[in-house]
Design a protein. Structure first.
Length: 352
């Protein structure tokens, strides 16, 4: 195709060396074998996007289009894509793909990829009018599910869902403590409620976040700075302590406090990521109490499919989670709003 006829689109491009984000005209991407081009209808702004922009998370690319929480409509299908996917199909997109080159991928075990690539970091994401993804990243969304709600399932909801249901093996009537009631935490409260966890305790230094936790289904909320917090938690759980304690913030002090509130056979889960060394307190307690410390990243494609079903059938309601939608041109302002917690947003969504 000659340059004169090449279709252009608007995309937010992040220059990793200069650390600048600018919305510019770039060529519309062409789907390769096994790939699908999607017309982006909505893409969330996540704190990990903010960490890419501030340099605390890195992309291996010199310039990349961020955005990994997206939904849209299939626009063009590349060679070798199953006939199920055709233009006009409404989809949510899993925010990553296997590398295709590691030992696990070579053995056909793509779900166990050792060098999983994240959309918007390792390859161009969806802060753009169009995005190209592998067909197996697509999840069909029902007509009644708004694109904005479908988009945020692909991280803000799927990450805590996988962390609680799969990694922590949270079961009905088990007690859970959630530290950090932001975009992930609000959904963690709802997921814990849906699974039947009881009681659900929420911890946040922000008063508005604590109030929101109660509104979304927590049984009690606490300021983690309060004196004798561990004692309060044990009182609230009938002297047993927590079955599951989740750090959604990403700070060792938070993780250590969460772990200190665990009962016997309790599991501490690290959903918020932190570069700090991990210190949890006396090793003898960890051993005698049979505690577990679990790291957690992201989700699998099946979790996105499950969430589309759960939200589509109203088992889970994420209608209150989209705080505002913004045009693509305002994406940098949206990141700033999220970082500064202006108006305490749950999720801000770009609609290219």
């Amino acid at each position: 195709m000659s340059g004169a006829h090449q279709r252009m689109m608007r995309a937010a491009r992040f220059d990793t060396a200069a650390r600048t984000l600018t919305v510019q005209d770039v060529p519309v991407p062409t789907p390769g074998p096994g790939e699908v081009r999607v017309r982006v209808k909505a893409c969330g702004i996540c704190l990990s996007d903010a960490h890419l922009l501030d340099g605390s998370l890195k992309s291996p690319l010199p310039v990349v289009t961020p955005g990994h929480e997206a939904s849209g409509v299939v626009d063009e299908v590349g060679p070798g894509v199953p006939p199920h996917w055709e233009p006009g199909h409404r989809v949510a997109m899993a925010g990553g793909r296997p590398c295709g080159r590691c030992v696990k991928c070579a053995n056909g075990r793509l779900q166990e990829c050792l060098a999983f690539q994240i959309m918007g970091f390792h390859y161009d994401g969806a802060w753009a009018e169009y995005v190209v993804v592998p067909y197996f990243a697509l999840s069909t969304i029902p007509d009644h599910l708004p694109f904005e709600q479908a988009a945020i399932l692909a991280d803000a909801v799927a990450t805590p869902y996988a962390g609680l249901v799969e990694r922590a093996q949270l079961r009905p009537a088990q007690s859970i403590g959630l530290w950090g009631i932001g975009g992930l935490g609000v959904h963690a409260v709802q997921i814990a409620r849906m699974v039947g966890a009881a009681p659900i305790l929420a911890f946040d230094t922000n008063e508005a976040a604590r109030a929101r936790a109660l509104e979304f289904g927590a049984d009690a909320s606490f300021d983690p700075r309060m004196p004798e917090l561990r004692k309060k938690v044990f009182q609230y759980t009938g002297g047993l302590g927590l079955d599951v304690a989740v750090d959604l913030v990403g700070a060792n002090s938070v993780l250590a406090q969460a772990a200190s509130c665990l009962g016997r056979h309790g599991r501490a889960v690290m959903v918020g990521l932190s570069p700090e060394p991990i210190q949890l307190g006396p090793g003898v307690v960890f051993g005698v109490q049979s505690h577990a410390m679990l790291g957690h990243l992201g989700y699998e494609k099946k979790h996105l499919d499950e969430l589309v079903t759960l939200v589509g059938t109203k088992r889970l309601d994420v209608s209150r989670s989209v705080t505002a939608t913004l045009p693509l041109e305002d994406v940098a302002r949206g990141v700033e709003r999220l970082v500064k917690k202006e108006g305490n947003p749950i999720r801000l969504v770009v609609t290219p």
